[in-house]
Design a protein. Structure first.
Lengths: 279, 449
């Protein structure tokens, strides 16, 4: 056991970099933080407009007590697992080859059987892998021939969620813009990704709850005077509940009043099969 | 073992550097096992003592950046950034993580203001901040994601390294910027106050690692996968930075050429991984660790006109693998590798060849101990070969002359031509106390006489 010398300098003090020609670069967090605070609690009920689907299930109504999972966050290069042409588009090089996922965030936890992938190039949630399921390469196996009738059985994909379609984020007109990644920060151990998409400044926070069975995705958008839209893959919609906005097909339209906080809650477990009705 | 967050915070705050410490070295330092006690007088503004519990865990170090003479930040094998504190003799006092985020970082760190840390992956230069001042990095800003050739597959291969003008230097993989131009690797400079990324040197070969000294001399390890007999190091003077024309490219553009060859026999065929400038005995050296063979290579650069050449020597064999080396203060050298931190100075030095210099009529070998004069006077105990850089080798006849202190031997030879690597082997040359040479072979790259 060692006693360490006392220091009269802490991070609050000027650490003496005045001599450095490298000027202090304060992260541009303040603006993001301010908008979060201002917009927080301003969620308004949105009327159903003609042509829109019924209001989504409200994830925040009577919120259950939910315990966030302590997250393990890493950045890794990974072989590109996307299969949808539109989702692959940002990764396609001029010669047509598909690049690795080099700016990938992998979010997981030792106690959770899921790995969540978010990528800084396309600035989107790319997928959720169930690490207990066999990989895709081994999930498709031809069955032995039986009476000349060769059939192929496809096992379920290990990806509970896998991105498809164009960029998820768009302005009120629905035209997607190429997102530009700015950085990320930790809010109570949860990664919050900061990026711009056209004129929109987006904060997107990702975390797991309920022992990892629920994935939460919180959007806070500033400069969204006319609201914004989130386009989700069709397969994701059946798993998601949202705290605000209205659906039209796979597009969630979030009004300006709710732009400060929209939480999408994804159920990562499969639904229990409904019991068979017998007479 | 998990510590309460508040405790961890106190611990890491104690690890962080205090420039005040430089003027009050180790005041209050106590090596007792007793419980930590605040012995500061009531009016003191100093923080209370913080107790560090010893831990069996050893950080697997991939990169180190000193904060001052006693504290470092480091990058571990998982990509996490830690802070460690050392005694004057480089005994490790303690370490802790500064961030649990596992970055996909290349093995190099640069220090920014306010204890921010710069790292680079193949596709991003990132600056990490402790924005809420709780001694944990919590904000990771992508400073740079675009550069010439990025869309054509050009990636960051080494860095970040800060130069003396406050710029951050990165190495980019070879790429052709314009149709028909040859693909070239580049060292580029990024400055927070200037928008344009400036190329500062070009190279035909990919740059695996590099270091910059206080005068702007860049030492780069060049990648040449097909060449198995040695490892190329180049020395290139960075063009001066003109703050009035910060975005101007140097004209002419310095071109990084292979200056020195580290023969594979000196490293046991283990490529050196990083480079570090260090100062000993009034001379600047370049140290390169080879983690698998545990060999530590020393280069003594010499400049003749605008050409760099010099001695290439085995400095030592470390007990534990070393991947990264830093000079904490002049002559105080710390290494780190997969088995933790390794002090590399203040140790008993083995009997070895310290330097080779060229003389008018041969070469001079310098030793750190007096040699056995009987053996040292025998010409057959020396072998000098001149290996031409473009192929072929010549064995030179030698006549040894031992200097009066017994620590230098002049090997008189025929004329040594430029464009060669001299391989000097002392087959049987014990010290006067009977010690065996650490390495009987030493090398000198001759570009100019």
């Amino acid at each position: 056991m060692f006693d360490v010398i006392p220091t009269d300098i802490t991070l609050d003090s000027n650490p003496g970099y005045s001599a450095s020609p490298f000027p202090a670069m304060v992260p541009a967090t303040s603006a993001f933080l301010k908008i979060s605070v201002l917009a927080g609690g301003m969620l308004l009920a949105c009327p159903v407009l003609p042509g829109q689907d019924a209001p989504p299930p409200q994830a925040t109504s009577s919120p259950p007590v939910s315990i966030p999972v302590k997250l393990d966050i890493s950045r890794r290069s990974l072989k590109n697992f996307l299969t949808d042409e539109a989702a692959l588009s940002p990764y396609r090089s001029p010669d047509g080859t598909i690049g690795e996922l080099t700016g990938l965030f992998m979010i997981g936890s030792g106690s959770v059987p899921y790995a969540v992938f978010w990528d800084s190039l396309s600035c989107r949630l790319l997928g959720v892998l169930d690490i207990t399921r066999p990989g895709e390469a081994e999930s498709v196996a031809p069955l032995p021939p039986s009476g000349g009738d060769e059939t192929v059985k496809t096992a379920p994909s290990p990806y509970v969620l896998k991105a498809s379609g164009p960029a998820q984020f768009s302005g009120p007109t629905g035209s997607p813009a190429t997102p530009v990644y700015f950085g990320f920060r930790l809010i109570d151990g949860k990664p919050e990704f900061l990026y711009t998409s056209g004129p929109l400044a987006v904060e997107e926070r990702i975390w797991l709850e309920e022992g990892g069975t629920l994935l939460k995705q919180r959007f806070s958008v500033r400069d969204a005077a006319k609201g914004f839209r989130i386009l989700l893959p069709a397969e994701w919609k059946e798993r998601v509940a949202v705290s605000a906005g209205t659906w039209k097909n796979e597009t969630l339209t979030v009004p300006a009043e709710a732009a400060g906080e929209v939480i999408l809650t994804y159920r990562l477990t499969d639904r229990e099969p409904e019991p068979a009705v017998s007479n | 073992m998990r510590y309460p967050i508040s405790f961890l915070r106190e611990r890491i705050l104690s690890l962080l550097p205090a420039l005040v410490l430089a003027s009050l070295p180790y005041a209050g330092y106590s090596q007792t096992d007793s419980t930590a006690v605040d012995t500061n007088p009531p009016e003191s503004k100093e923080r209370p003592f913080v107790t560090l519990n010893p831990t069996d865990q050893v950080p697997q170090v991939r990169a180190i950046i000193p904060m001052d003479g006693a504290n470092v930040f480091f990058l571990n094998h998982r990509g996490q950034i830690g802070a460690a504190k050392f005694s004057p003799g480089l005994s490790q006092i303690g370490w802790d993580l500064y961030s649990e985020i596992k970055l996909n970082a290349l093995p190099s760190l640069a220090l920014g203001p306010n204890y921010s840390i710069l790292t680079a992956s193949e596709n991003e230069l990132t600056q990490a901040f402790d924005s809420d001042k709780n001694a944990q990095l919590d904000f990771f800003q992508a400073l740079l994601q675009d550069w010439p050739g990025r869309g054509k597959g050009v990636t960051i291969t080494a860095g970040p390294v800060a130069d003396q003008w406050g710029r951050i230097i990165l190495a980019l993989s070879p790429g052709s910027l314009n149709e028909g131009q040859p693909a070239r690797a580049r060292l580029v400079a990024w400055h927070p106050e200037h928008k344009k990324l400036v190329t500062v040197t070009e190279s035909e070969l990919l740059i695996d690692a590099f270091a910059i000294n206080r005068d702007g001399l860049v030492a780069s390890r060049l990648h040449m996968a097909d060449y198995k007999d040695g490892y190329f190091v180049s020395l290139t003077d960075l063009p001066s930075f003109d703050s009035k024309q910060p975005d101007a490219s140097p004209d002419p553009m310095p071109f990084t050429l292979p200056s020195l060859v580290i023969p594979a026999e000196l490293t046991k065929n283990d490529p050196p991984v990083q480079l570090c400038f260090a100062h000993e005995g009034g001379k600047e050296k370049l140290l390169l660790p080879c983690p698998k063979s545990k060999h530590l290579i020393e280069i003594l650069p010499e400049k003749l006109g605008n050409i760099w050449q010099g001695s290439i020597l085995l400095r030592g064999k470390t007990e534990r693998p070393v991947e990264s080396i830093v000079e904490m203060s002049s002559g105080v050298i710390l290494g780190g590798g997969s088995e933790g931190f390794v002090p590399l100075s203040g140790l008993s030095e083995p009997y070895r060849i310290m330097r080779i210099t060229l003389a008018k009529d041969g070469v001079i070998l310098f030793f750190n101990r007096s040699i056995d004069r009987f053996e040292g006077s025998k010409p057959e105990n020396y072998s000098v070969k001149a290996i031409a850089l473009n192929g072929g080798e010549t064995t030179l006849a030698v006549v040894p002359v031992i200097e009066s202190d017994g620590k230098a031997v002049i090997l008189k030879t025929n004329a040594i031509s430029a464009g060669t690597v001299l391989r000097v082997v002392c087959q049987n040359l014990p010290s006067e106390k009977g010690e065996t040479l650490l390495s009987s072979a030493a090398f000198y790259t001759v570009h100019r006489r």
